[in-house]
Design a protein. Sequence first.
Length: 201
Amino acid sequence: MLRYTRKETMRQEFPLEIINRVKDGDTAAFSVVVDRFQTSVYNLCYRMLSYNARDAEDAAQEVFVKVWTNIGRFDAQRTFSTWVLSIATNHCIDTIRKKRVATVEIDETMEEVIPDRIATPKEALNDRERADEVRSLLAGLTEVDRAIIVLRYWDDLSDREIGTAVGLSEAAVKSRLFRARKQLVGLYRQVREPAAQEVAG
């Protein structure tokens, strides 16, 4: 069973020597790959698959199987971390489409939803409520738009890197990101404004 921690370094250049060893079938070198990327892959799957830990762990393991079987196709001119995230993103999109799962949370406020420290019971309840709210809002986005939001705000990828991951041009990513943000704002207002009027009344 894989173990996952809160954060790991994804953006540092990964040694080409280890990648080449994996291409040659070196399982020890592949363990280094798993250790390096398991947290980011798991977290991505977890956010996109309705915060279901079991589904996320199964998906993460399947992603690494795909990394192992497809690493021979990896182009050394690309960033290895982006390539790994691309596999994870597309796997989750396929899973969502197959299961018709509408989910994933992401926004600049989500650092508050998953804090680094251990929350008190009251804080934990508030965190769950915020997570449920954001998750329900983002259910209106398409799978690809959700992936774009996750890759931007959680994994801090550039428009070009996101485009590589989801198979879109940089311009298309910018357009869809703008549209997704606007849609989220509209959905948020639909939920919040009636609630505010009810409280005021």
